[in-house]
Design a protein around this ligand. Structure first.
Ligand SMILES: Cc1ncc(COP(=O)(O)O)c(C=O)c1O
Length: 406
């Protein structure tokens, strides 16, 4: 039978292939150290869990909730933006709560895309940035990720040569998977560029609070004067408060865009469970100590990884933000491509990583290492890597002969 039109546009997640291998290795008794998925392992802070437990006792909270988010939650998000970025938001018209930022992003794509609309999308990037728009009938044109002098030249060309003219530009800093961080000056240039070419700017700021230079927290694109005319920004509670399973995020910014997303969502969902929304409000109104602790844990893990992996012969550039390191595949193995290399790591080193190709073709020389195992396990991974790299020639020889016999 012919595959459905939408399903054809959604190839199997590349990560699934590594996951399957990981599951079968574990079933065979292997102790796989999992640096693959960006699934935070830290518990949600107790005060937030306690709030959920308290509120859930009230039967009035068991009814359908509010799709755009309860007023107190939207006010708390507006207060966060005022406090953290100095950005003033109207909680009624410029803030909508989403079921995680992924849902918000995907439904924004549904809301604004006409069939064939061209979207400028970083490559490599978090998959929903491209696939949200592909599902919505859009067409993707890749752009550079590095927020530096290499960014605008190719982008200008992409705008000039796209038919129809692009609808929107996606930015994601701190970046998943590359961990690049953007400055406010860069954002100023992005907004000027967007205004010149009449583009919508969609900014994914999921890692707003996971940064390691205390003096240099990632800015919001909405800090740029006039950004509100063209931009919407997505944030997430998943990483900031270690709440990935709770599914709570936000879109804020331009009223027309927020209103479009709110309309689509009003047809699709009734909002997150009210106790979750109340607990999320409590979290956002907190004093920030929990966030600082989360940052410290990731920073320590990062330092251990950079140090021990480096000593094992696997160079890992220290990320300035996010919970990921983006590491080039060692020269000897690079020709295999990131998927085959990642499979080898599971089979021969008991380590699962995310192959760079899963984030786009430009990621194929890299793997992404998530900081979701504790320091002890990261050290163990380094020992495994050292062993793996010391037998590289033999492993590669076996790969070649295996392929010859296929
Ligand atoms: C860049 C980026 N955006 C969005 C998300 C999704 O987050 P949420 O849990 O809020 O849907 C992730 C999760 O890994 C991410 O890395």
């Amino acid at each position: 039978m012919e595959e459905f039109h939408k399903v054809k546009r959604l190839p199997q997640y590349v990560f699934e292939q590594v996951n399957r291998l990981k599951a079968s290795a574990r079933a065979g008794g292997a102790d796989i150290i999992d640096l693959g998925m960006g699934n935070p392992d830290l518990p949600t802070p107790k005060a937030i869990v306690d709030k959920l437990c308290e509120v859930v006792q009230d039967p009035r909270t068991h009814r359908y909730s509010s799709s755009k988010g309860i007023p107190g939650l939207r006010r708390a998000q507006a207060a966060y933006y005022a406090r953290r970025f100095g950005v003033k938001l109207n909680p009624d018209t410029q803030v909508v709560a989403t079921l995680g930022s992924k849902e918000g992003f995907a439904n924004m794509a549904q809301a604004i895309t006409a069939p064939g609309d061209v979207i400028l999308c970083p490559n490599p990037t978090y998959p929903i940035h491209a696939f949200g728009f592909l599902m919505a009938g859009g067409v993707i044109r890749s752009m550079n990720v590095e927020p530096d002098e290499t960014f605008f030249g190719p982008l200008e060309r992409a705008v000039r040569h796209s038919i129809p003219k692009p609808l929107a530009l996606i930015i994601n800093y701190p970046s998943n998977p590359t961990a690049h961080v953007a400055s406010l000056d860069f954002y100023k240039d992005v907004i000027a560029f967007a205004k010149k070419h009449d583009l919508i700017v969609l900014s994914d700021l999921a890692y707003s609070e996971i940064y390691f230079d205390e003096n240099n927290p990632p800015p919001s694109v909405l800090e740029v004067p006039g950004a509100m005319d063209v931009a919407v920004e997505f944030t997430s509670m998943s990483k900031t408060f270690s709440m990935p399973g709770w599914r709570m995020g936000f879109a804020v910014g331009n009223e027309r865009l927020i209103s479009a997303l709110t309309r689509v969502k009003s047809y699709l969902d009734y909002g997150a469970f009210t106790p979750i929304q109340v607990a999320a409000t409590h979290a956002l109104n907190g004093d920030g100590t929990d966030i600082a602790e989360v940052r410290n844990v990731y920073r320590r893990r990062r330092d251990v990884m950079v140090d021990t992996f480096g000593k094992a012969g696997f160079e890992v550039p220290p990320p300035a933000a996010t919970m990921f390191a983006w590491a080039k595949i060692p020269e000897k193995f690079r020709h295999l491509g990131s998927l085959e290399f990642s499979k080898l790591l599971v089979e021969k080193a008991d380590i699962a990583v995310a192959p760079g190709i899963g984030f786009g073709e430009m990621g194929d020389d890299y793997v992404r290492l998530a900081l979701v195992e504790n320091e002890h396990r990261i050290r163990q991974a380094a020992r495994n890597l050292k062993r793996f790299l010391s037998t590289a020639d033999e492993t590669l020889h076996n790969v070649v002969s295996l392929n010859a016999h296929r």
